[in-house]
Design a protein around this ligand. Structure first.
Ligand code: FMN
Length: 384
């Protein structure tokens, strides 16, 4: 029998905004914004998803207003959009207006690449890359990156100073205020996958002995201060979503929390700082997070924080993101598993990445029980 996901087409109220469905477009870097400016092609791309049942779009990572926020990352990224400057903001205003006209909602994903930015690249090549302890990541580790890039990145650099930390936090706040000024409905924070905020969470890259490191609360402090600054910039009614992950690009097997108690130590300060929704980024949405329980990371996150959570990873496809980069992925209808966990209350929102990247109508097809399209790397070259 073909499963559909009708129960996911219920609205959800998040502070001042109402999502018309629980299907969220996951943030996906697309590299189609020359000079950091999203054009009409980007607006059309997001509008097509808003027209076809997606309740909320989280944009691709957008560089915050800080000199080392973006550049070329581990995969040679370029043409990444930013959230400051007249031209980029005018581009985003058009994206937001088009998505709104189609009845959708849209949050920008605020991004600082941190240790994963290749020094010497991006709009400010001379700016040093921001690293909490000057460490890129572990020597070993399960990852798929060019070994020469890794070798170069493993060379230690200076740890961030107090004033550098303050500058980055202020950059997040300015970008959040700019996002509101062009009509975005909420803010999504990228605190996952080995980028800046995540390297404060992760003890492998955070060896600081001051208040920005140490126990889980210390490692969460930078993220929490970013959240507080954003809250101050956007006001009380605007939802703030925060994405975190166990896995890192520097090591797919990395863990910031080995047990639920450690996870609680990291997430509690973020809740207190003002996060409204947690996006628990996993490679496979149904994978249990800790030994001895079937609960997923989104499930634990909701249980620990009492906040709505979002599940992600492999919905509609046979392989997770990382293996599909080498081998592609074929459609797989795993919606029965989605429904079971949604109806158990493990998560409130479902983020869909590659399935929505290749097919703007994926949500409608899932609702009607129609077949899905496969995913291959070639599809990244075009905005469908
Ligand atoms: C091309 C591509 C670009 C991505 N870029 C980002 C990004 O900018 N920010 C982010 O948080 N995750 C990014 N991701 C991860 C996705 O948001 C998502 O978590 C992941 O693809 C798993 O979901 P899926 O299995 O439904 O594709 C990207 C994924 C893909 C395929």
């Amino acid at each position: 029998m073909t499963e559909t996901i009708e129960p996911l087409f219920q609205p959800l109220q998040l502070l001042d905004v109402t999502l018309r469905s629980r299907i969220v477009m996951a943030p996906m870097t697309r590299c189609f914004s020359p000079g950091g400016v999203p054009g009409q092609n980007v607006a059309d791309y997001y509008r097509r998803r808003a027209e076809a049942g997606v309740g909320l779009i989280v944009t691709e990572g957008t560089g915050i207003d800080h000199p080392s926020a973006i550049g070329s990352g581990a995969h040679g990224e370029s043409n990444i959009p930013v959230l400051h400057g007249e031209a980029a903001l005018a581009g985003w205003r058009k994206v937001v207006d088009d998505v709104h006209a189609a009845g959708g909602l849209i949050f920008p994903q605020l991004w600082h690449m941190g240790v994963l930015r290749t020094p010497g690249t991006g709009p400010f090549p001379e700016a040093p890359s921001s690293r909490p302890s000057g460490i890129w990541g572990p020597q070993g580790g399960s990852r798929s990156m060019n070994p020469e890039y890794v070798e170069r990145m493993l060379a230690p650099t200076e740890p961030m100073t107090e004033s550098e930390i303050a500058d980055v936090i202020a950059g997040y706040a300015r970008s959040a205020a700019s996002a509101r000024s062009v009509g975005f409905d909420g803010i999504a924070i990228h605190a996952a996958h080995g980028y800046l905020i995540d390297t404060f969470f992760w003890s492998q890259t955070n060896e600081r002995t001051d208040r920005w490191g140490g126990d889980p609360a210390g490692r969460a402090r930078f993220g929490a201060e970013v959240v507080k600054a954003i809250r101050g910039a956007v006001g009380p009614g605007v939802p703030i979503m925060l994405r975190y992950s166990q896995w890192k690009q520097q090591d797919y097997d990395a863990r910031i929390a080995r047990a639920p108690q450690e996870l609680e130590g990291l997430l509690r300060p973020l809740v207190d700082a003002g996060v409204d929704v947690f996006d628990a980024s996993t490679r496979i949405f149904s994978q249990p997070a800790f030994e001895g329980s079937d609960l997923t990371l989104a499930g634990w996150t909701k249980q620990i924080t009492g906040k709505p959570s979002m599940a992600v990873g492999g919905v509609g496809l046979s392989r997770d993101l990382l293996t599909s980069l080498a081998a592609g992925a074929v459609p797989e209808n795993n919606l029965a598993q989605v429904l079971t966990r949604f109806e158990r209350g493990e998560f409130d929102l479902l983020a869909v990445g590659r399935s929505l990247l290749v097919d703007p109508e994926w949500a409608l097809k899932a609702r009607r029980g129609e077949p899905f399209k496969p995913f291959s790397l070639e599809q990244l070259r075009q905005l469908y």
